[in-house]
Design a protein around this ligand. Structure first.
Ligand code: S3P
Length: 436
């Protein structure tokens, strides 16, 4: 991670053009992990060259997996097989990535060797008992630091499948348990309070592992084999989200976002923005790599506040920072409830967005599980990203409609999920600069 880098964003007129956002973070992490323990060579195309996913690749390389990079956005993973990973005494650094650390905890729980997972300052504050608790029920032994990283995973523990009802909707926890379930005796069955992204389930099936799944449930048994397969990673809807909000709120804008992943467990923001009056069309719906994709065309439209349906929350869990900006410049009031999970993301996203928007003059009330946002005009000012990529990018969008420049503190983490954001944003009309 490079040193502190502030950004400055300001209004610059309408946004135009075609914006090709990078590969999906969730899919990229999973493709690496499953390919690493498969038999044979898997070719991944559209791989996200972000710091989070590169950290996962580096961890797998430390565990003895050979991964080639024929070109940017491409990986060839030479699978080591289910029992082919090699232990190391070095710490395995997941960087900023909650997905990397939690999924790897599940994968490593089934190995014969010990491992230690560490992360950066933000990840080191994120709760891990949600994975280590149910993994312990399967027989895993994982030490935490009072529920926080580092995680020390003891190897050589025989695992037993469980039936587990998740207390909180979390694709990371579900995926960690399914990965441990590959190494467990008997069935592992996961039931979710709300369906979450099902990439692990779909990808396990694509790699030939028998798995039964439907929205909100998944079941597999141990003792099978993963066979190498090629993975085409769609563009990340969560990265497209910033441009959907940006073009919606800047008068005169029209943006096209080609080939964006449209897995229904990811596109809640599309519905939320449409409820607010946004003009977003989906063109050329098709399948790529087993996932629905489409081209998004977004035009400026006046937005109004809404009571956000709680059922949408899990399907847009990463898009709230962007939605907060849309709500802050919409007419009327937006009410968000049932989103307490936002408090344990890369930052406490309710608190960081509320503090930043207030610094720009917005009126916003925080609640334990959401916020009440009164739409109006934004002024210039200084906000902090709190080492959170999505907070930084959301305030870059806010700068487009603020009366003065918005200075965003410490944007170095944007590269965790969206390398090249600044250049891509400026290419379609942002006025975003590294601040002196
Ligand atoms: C992810 C799941 C979500 C999401 C994260 C990626 C995944 O986290 O916020 O960015 O790839 O499984 P939770 O499982 O904590 O909700």
């Amino acid at each position: 991670m490079s040193g502190r880098m502030d950004w400055s964003s300001r209004a610059n007129g309408p946004l135009h053009g075609s914006v090709r956002v990078p590969g999906d973070k969730s899919v990229s992490h999973r493709a690496l992990m499953l390919a690493a323990i498969a038999e044979g060579d898997s070719h991944i195309r559209g791989f996200l060259e972000g710091e989070d996913t590169r950290a996962t690749a580096a961890v797998l390389a430390q565990l003895g997996v050979r991964i080639d990079t024929p070109s940017s956005g491409e990986r060839v993973v030479h699978g080591a097989g289910l029992h082919g990973l090699r232990g190391t005494t070095q710490a395995l650094d997941c960087g900023n990535a909650g997905t990397g650390m939690r999924l790897l905890a599940g994968l490593l729980a089934g190995q014969a060797f010990d491992s230690t997972l560490v992360g950066d300052a933000s990840l080191s504050k994120r709760p891990m008992r949600r994975v280590t608790g149910p993994l312990a029920l399967m027989g895993a032994r994982i030490d935490t630091h009072d529920g926080l990283p580092p995680l020390h995973v003891h190897g050589g523990q025989p695992l037993q499948g469980i039936r587990y009802e998740l207390p909180v909707a979390s694709a990371q926890v579900k995926s960690a348990l399914l990965l441990a379930g590959l190494y467990a005796a008997g069935d592992t069955e996961i039931i979710e309070p709300h369906p979450t992204r099902d990439y692990t389930e779909r990808m396990l099936a694509a790699f030939g592992w028998p798995i039964a799944f439907a929205p909100g449930r998944a079941k597999l048994s141990g003792g099978h084999v993963l066979r190498a397969t090629d993975v085409e990673v769609p563009a990340d809807f969560s990265s497209a989200a910033f441009f959907l909000v940006a073009a919606s709120i800047v008068p005169g804008s029209v943006l096209r976002l080609p080939a964006v992943g449209l897995n229904p467990r990811r596109t809640g923001l599309l519905q939320a923005l449409q409820l607010m009056g946004a003009d977003i069309a989906v063109e050329h719906r098709r399948e790529a790599g087993g996932e629905p994709v489409g081209d998004l065309v977004v035009r400026h439209a006046p937005l109004h506040g809404v009571e956000l349906p709680e059922a949408l929350v899990p399907d847009m869990i990463d898009e709230f920072p962007a939605l907060f900006v849309a709500a802050a410049v919409a007419s009327g009031t937006t009410v968000i409830r049932g989103a307490a999970e936002l408090r344990v993301k890369e930052s406490d996203r309710i608190a960081t967005m509320a503090a930043g928007l207030r610094a720009l003059g917005a009126t916003i009330e925080e609640t334990p599980d959401g916020a009440i946002i009164h739409g109006g005009r934004l002024g210039g000012g200084t906000v902090e990203s709190h080492l959170d990529h999505r907070i930084a990018m959301s305030f870059a969008v806010a700068g487009l409609v603020a009366a003065g420049a918005v200075r965003i503190g410490d944007c170095s983490h944007v590269a965790t999920s969206f390398p090249g954001f600044l250049e891509l944003a400026n290419g379609c009309g942002f006025a975003l600069q590294v601040a002196p």
